[in-house]
Write a protein that binds this ligand. Structure first.
Ligand code: GSH
Length: 205
């Protein structure tokens, strides 16, 4: 299995999930501007979509779209999913909200078109984060242990800090909690986002 990622992109969620699952996988970074992988391959030949994450399975099948990949990982490693009759549906509900509302809300921050738009985007994302904070079930979205949705949320919280999006205290605490997990620290190190000497809290800052 091989994960194509870009540092601090939404693919960090999948990277963390695979490490949390203790899965055997290779990884290769992609330059999202040039669409070249670290080894010089044309990423568009791997997936014409040209965006990360992309996960190549052992049988050669290629998965794209973060929701689908995270859902697949949760199916392979059920401790990263949500149990119960509506478990998978609730997980998808959270993943879709994070992807289509929160992730999309950051687009004007990654591709700024002016101050007004930036301020509007910050306010929109902040409101969405408030909704997520109201729906925590204990330490994480679905209880005392993180699911793949928490890993995606964690990436959004790193972006929120980067773009100075007002973030409710329970989600700041969740970000710190996540940042202290060994798998998260390993993913951040492997993506070159922190050095081996950095403290967990600084990793998330
Ligand atoms: N619909 C895709 C979008 C993924 C996406 O937006 N990836 C970004 C990084 S967070 C990317 O690769 N952008 C480069 C590009 O679109 O050219 C998904 O949900 O997985």
């Amino acid at each position: 299995m091989k994960l194509y990622y870009s540092p601090l992109a939404c693919s960090l969620a999948d990277h963390i999930a695979l490490l949390e699952a203790n899965a055997q996988f290779e990884r290769e970074s992609v330059d999202l501007k040039t669409k070249r992988t670290a080894s010089g391959a044309d990423f568009r030949e791997i997936t014409p979509k040209g965006y990360v994450p992309a996960l190549v399975l052992d049988d050669g099948e290629i998965l794209t779209e973060n929701i689908a990949i995270l859902d697949w990982i949760a199916a392979q490693y059920p401790t990263l999913g949500v149990a119960g009759k509506l478990g998978r549906t609730r997980l998808l509900e959270a993943l879709v909200f994070i992807s289509t509302e929160v992730h999309r809300g950051f687009k004007p921050m990654w591709h700024p078109q002016g101050r007004d738009q930036l301020l509007q985007a910050r306010a929109t994302v902040s409101g969405l984060l408030d909704m997520l904070a109201d729906n925590l079930s204990g330490d994480y979205l679905f209880g005392p242990a993180p699911s793949v949705a928490d890993f995606y949320l964690f990436v959004m919280l790193l972006w929120a800090e980067r773009f100075e999006v007002p973030t409710p205290e329970p989600l700041v605490a969740l970000r710190r909690r996540m940042a202290s997990r060994p798998a998260v620290q390993a993913a951040l190190r492997q993506e070159g986002l922190v050095s081996a000497d950095d403290q967990p809290d600084e990793a998330a800052a």
